[in-house]
Ligand binder design. Sequence first.
Ligand code: TYM
Length: 349
Amino acid sequence: KPLVFSGVQPTGNLHLGNYLGAIRKFVALQEEHDCLFCVVDMHSITAQLVHEDLKGQTRSIAAAFIASGIDPAKHIVFNQSSVPGHAELAWVFNCVARIGWMNRMTQFKDKAGKDREKASLGLLAYPSLMAADILLYRATHVPVGDDQKQHLELARDIAQKFNNDFSSRISDAGLGIDMMVGEEKVSGYFPLIEPLIGGPAPRVMSLRDGTKKMSKSDPSDLSRINMTDDSDTIAKKIRKAKTDPAPLPDTLEELEGRPEAQNLLGIYAALSDRTRMDVLAEYAGRQFSEFKPALVELAVEVLAPITSEMTRLMDDPGHIDAILKDGSARANVLAEKTMSDVREIIGFV
Ligand code: TYM
């Protein structure tokens, strides 16, 4: 049975990339699937250990989930550190994964910078904890933005290596499940997870430079739309967004080489749940001076209610904490089952 898991780090403000690449997809998936949505607070101490207000940031991600439409009664909304199984399984995966696999991760190389020896050990092992997040629930589907693709491939490799290394123990204990790898049927304990990366905006780009990802760490606030921006700020940022002088073309092929135009079109399509083709059919031949006001209107219509609901929820931290606590209790039950299987498979007394 498909099970959805995804996580968001409580570092810095959420932006439109996080919303369109991840959270908006979570909301759509919850209609048909059982889901776990996790605020990954343990991941947030890998790059920077000491945070000004980690508790407040954690609550604000939970508030964003709920304000966007995730139902915490039907699905599990919780924070990672409150379920000890994440750390426990991550340790096992640290022993399954190879250092070389971690060294190859582009995100590690970017975040560690020039002097890799000075990066925390946690930053290097980051993908191992991420694999544990997902596989602790034996989740099968993981909605994320395009930047997490490499991490999910690694999570798949970890699952596969664990399944291979322990294959006879898994079958002796009667804990194997059958799964298809291409045409081939294999058995293992952990499922081979499937990333869900599609949609019109899997990689939302900076509003100032269409070749750079929209990110929390960009020094220019004009480069991104924050989930906490008010309507005037959203309007100003879209008005100032970089574009080229040509009008919108008839086909997607004609957008090649126009990254800023592609980005704004993708944002419009994702915010309106339409395809990029469909939006082009409406706006072909029009200038950005016409398209931008339409995008402002749409963005404000979608984001303003979420922002105000987030603010309302943040006024009552006790309520958010109660939701997280309830989610953790439910997550723990599932996690404990997996960990008892894993301890048995490995041979921990
Ligand atoms: P994080 O916290 O950096 O980002 C949260 C989600 O937002 C997506 N995202 C984007 N999508 C499109 N365009 C962008 N510009 C953009 N920027 C960010 C990310 O892809 C992500 O889906 N390692 C993860 C958190 C994590 C996780 C997990 C995810 C930890 N454990 C298990 C899935 C499953 C991260 O740092 O996301």
